[in-house]
Design a binder for this molecule. Structure first.
Ligand code: DGL
Length: 278
């Protein structure tokens, strides 16, 4: 793959919700997806570890030809996006701004729930980003540590899922939120169960499409720049294209990742390449 692909990464299968949206928005572009399952879950790891993983993975993706990187992980976006932009030269698209914009638009009452990992909740990244877009909004955050391991096992419903969801959604419903943001990319895979728990009166917001639109804008920007300065054409950083191939790389067990990814996406997943953990 030359330097024209879109890099996407997450701790595991969660970022596939974003990959799917990017694929729909940009079907003819090459994408390389990195699942850092060797270090999963990111949700309660030390913040400096998250920065180290995000930097190493982004460097790897750039070496493999990524000209844009989508940080398809809210925890990494909350804790590492600033460092990535300072340290590395490609454009990065993160989850927080897109998620905050989407939920600020979706909420009528301004009472907003955010489901996220312990790290994302602690960072208050969403609280601040939503306040910036919707002054006066009441943001109720809820850490949901049990959900990522369930999704990684492919367990999208059943007694354990419902028990965890009731525990996490209860406080949000009591706070009378009118919209809930999936502030972790794993959670949209539980959408059916979440919808049944909260009923139809609450908007459930997945930032993935907004992120895909932002990635598409970055691609257009890069193409425009390449036209202004043709020396920055195909093969140079910033210019995306390709034939619509999707490659998968995994730092943990590639066979296990492949099986669950295929089930979650309903795609025929090609061979998953093993990568040394960063
Ligand atoms: N999917 C990630 C997120 O959006 C990380 C989940 C985890 O590894 O804990 O936050």
């Amino acid at each position: 793959m030359d330097s024209t692909s879109i890099g996407v990464f997450d701790s595991g299968v969660g970022g596939l919700t974003v990959l799917k949206a990017i694929r729909e928005a940009l079907p003819a572009h090459d994408i390389i997806y990195y699942a850092d399952t060797a270090h999963l879950p990111y949700g309660d790891r030390a913040p400096d570890e998250i920065v180290r993983f995000a930097t190493g993975i982004s460097q790897y993706l750039m070496e493999r030809g990524a000209a844009i990187v989508a940080v398809a992980c809210n925890t990494s976006s909350a804790l590492a996006l600033q460092a990535l932009r300072q340290r590395l030269s490609v454009p990065f698209v993160g989850m927080i701004d897109c998620g905050a914009s989407a939920v600020a638009r979706a909420s009528a009452s301004g009472r907003i729930g955010v489901m996220a990992t312990v790290n994302t909740v602690r960072s208050r990244a969403y609280t601040e980003a939503i306040a910036g877009r919707r002054p006066g909004a009441v943001v109720v955050q809820q850490a949901c540590p049990e959900l990522v391991p369930l999704v990684e096992r492919g367990e999208l419903d059943g007694a354990r899922v419902r028990r965890a969801l009731r525990e996490y959604l209860g406080p949000l419903m009591e706070a009378e939120v009118d919209s809930i943001l999936y502030g972790c990319t794993h959670y949209p895979f539980l959408h059916k169960a979440v919808r049944e728990e909260v009923g139809l009166g609450v908007a459930l917001v997945d930032p993935a499409r907004e992120v895909a639109r932002e990635v598409a804008r970055e691609v257009t920007r890069a193409v425009d720049e390449a036209e202004v300065a043709p020396s920055a054409g195909k093969g140079a950083p910033g210019r995306c294209g390709g034939a619509g191939a999707v490659e998968f790389v995994c730092s943990g067990d590639p066979a296990q990742f492949r099986a669950i990814a295929a089930e979650l996406l309903g795609w025929d997943i090609p061979e998953v390449e093993p990568a040394e953990p960063v």
